[in-house]
Design a protein around this ligand. Structure first.
Ligand SMILES: [Zn+2]
Length: 80
């Protein structure tokens, strides 16, 4: 089973892949409409909002946590 390199989500079904393309290493949530992978900044923003909502913390904390979460994933390890 593959795991999305950009968010860590397990990709178990073809529907999890961008444009149903199973050769991709990232999931549909991490892809633009045209199938290309989102940037670190885009994912950082998304994960921050999600985390702030799910854990009821303020934006600064969520942003910091989101950064740590993303930096553990293969897509972003070498950047920054
Ligand atoms: Zn993903």
């Amino acid at each position: 089973m593959k795991m999305c390199i950009a968010c860590g989500m397990p990709m178990t079904a073809i529907a999890d892949y961008p444009l149903l393309d199973m050769s991709k290493n990232y999931c549909k949530h991490c892809a633009h409409k045209d199938g290309t992978m989102k940037t670190f900044d885009e994912k950082w923003h998304e994960v921050t909002l999600q985390y702030a909502q799910n854990h009821n913390v303020d934006n600064a904390v969520a942003k910091q946590t989101a950064y740590i979460i993303l930096k553990k994933l293969p897509a972003w390890k070498r950047r920054w």
